[in-house]
Design a binder for this molecule. Structure first.
Ligand code: UDP
Length: 426
């Protein structure tokens, strides 16, 4: 290993651009994870380069986030938005471009941390070609995801094979919750090394504003009962369950109720169809007069919405981790979430929020009502939630754990044998 490169780290996120606006089209938790992990690692002394695919000719090729942390956009396939299920064919070009970048910059990445299965394939090629060590975070597991969707995409077989190979060959897989690790073991492979390091959140940004002030800023009365969702518009997110649950809430008609559904793009984007579908359910149930769609919520307003809410609902059908839950918790807002995946790890039932079976409208309605109708209970849950995030899920804590892992891997004397004949083809 070249000691000059010792502190260089490449975070690879082919389809999740860490420098892009979050909340629209396919930009969500993975983008946030890569961006915040990158910035926190840079503060710990790493030289962080985050590689992603250029998805528009207007995008800058290099975005400098801080002196030691930048996003580098490589041209692989057309410079336009490509849905993630169609990106894998451009992965070989991505590898070539990354190798070119290394040659031009004189940096060789001895360690790469890959994100999502498409990037895992890129990392496996770098391992074969130049012996890079690989840490991988799945963000979503095909083996779990395909159980919860009605149409299985054509890419499924390839994805499942790649996900198995990376589990068995990466130096370390980072599971973000014990539940995710269990899924890997039971559904993917019993081989390979898995460490559990959770996702994190910004405990200074979330929790920095009081409920009263937040409500004043948003023009919401102190007595209004506010139910809040934020996230991508994707059927897997279960927004329909939330709408139908609020539709049958006991408080409907008896209290000043507001349902705020944040996130999503303007019509014409790939997530517009789900937004239209959700809006039509809102209309069908006669809920238009108390439902608000504020669209994508940026960094400046998101903490205000969380703080103003009485309850934040995360009704996903499947959720490997679920950043929204810990952001709400960091804001002191109790969470009602689906009893699935990482949400079972972050939300402690009856202590920091409540869990309900996914797609169960009645159970969600009951849980939401329980919190809305008992402000003292809600406050207790919110305070415990904040405490849990402070101790377990701050980005700085998460980045320290990752930094320790990278350092251990880089100082391990065992060199990986290089396969000089490895060809770059998907
Ligand atoms: N998000 C945002 N603005 C929006 C919608 C979403 O900043 O309008 C962020 C949200 O705060 C969270 C991320 O997008 O950090 C979503 O991550 P999560 O893990 O909850 O879901 P994913 O998108 O990975 O399925």
């Amino acid at each position: 290993m070249n000691s000059a490169n010792q502190k260089h780290i490449a975070l690879i996120s082919v389809h999740g651009d860490p420098a892009i606006e979050i909340g629209k089209e396919e930009a969500g938790g993975q983008n946030v994870y890569v961006r915040y992990v990158g910035e926190a690692l840079a503060k710990l002394g790493w030289q962080v380069d985050m590689f992603t695919r250029k998805a528009s000719a207007d995008q800058e090729t290099i975005v400098q986030h801080s002196p030691n942390c930048r996003t580098i956009r490589l041209t692989a396939g057309p410079e336009e938005f490509v849905p993630r299920d169609n990106i894998f064919g451009y992965a070989p070009e991505f590898v070539e471009q990354l190798l070119n970048f290394q040659q031009e910059s004189g940096i060789k990445y001895s360690l790469v941390h890959t994100n999502y299965w498409i990037s895992s394939w890129v990392g496996m090629q770098l391992k074969k070609i130049q012996g890079s060590k690989q840490v991988h975070t799945y963000h979503s597991l095909g083996a779990v995801k395909y159980k919860s969707v009605s149409t299985i995409p054509l890419i499924a077989k390839t994805r499942l094979a790649v996900e198995k190979e990376v589990l068995e060959t990466a130096e370390t897989i980072v599971a973000t919750s014990p539940q995710e690790k269990e899924h890997m073991r039971s559904l993917v492979s019993t081989k390979g090394n898995i460490d559990i390091i959770p996702c994190g959140t910004d405990i200074h940004k979330f929790g920095s504003i009081q409920r009263e002030q937040a409500r004043a800023e948003l023009g919401i009365n102190p007595e209004t009962k506010v139910v809040f969702y934020v996230g991508r518009f994707d059927q897997r997110k279960g927004i329909e369950t939330l709408v139908r649950a609020v539709g049958q809430s006991k408080l409907r008609g008896n209290a000043d109720l507001k349902l705020i559904i944040g996130g999503g793009s303007r019509p014409g984007h790939s997530d517009g169809r789900e937004r239209d579908r959700i809006e039509s359910i809102v209309d069908e149930l006669g809920m238009r007069d108390f439902t608000i769609f504020p669209g994508r919520l940026g960094d400046d307003t998101l903490p205000v919405y969380y703080a103003a809410a009485d309850v934040c609902v995360v009704p996903s059908h499947y959720e490997p981790f679920g950043l929204v839950a810990i952001e709400a918790m960091a804001s002191g807002t109790p969470v009602v979430a689906s009893d699935v995946g990482g949400l079972q790890f972050t939300v402690v039932p009856e202590q920091t929020g409540l869990l309900a079976p996914p797609k169960d409208n009645a159970a969600f309605a009951a849980a939401i009502d329980k919190i809305l109708s008992d402000p003292i209970y809600a406050k207790q849950l919110g305070q415990a939630a904040r405490k849990r995030v402070e101790t377990k899920f701050s980005w700085d804590g998460v980045a320290s754990q990752l930094s320790e892992l990278y350092t251990d891997l880089l100082t391990q004397s065992l060199e990986i044998p290089v396969d000089k004949t490895a060809a770059v083809s998907a």
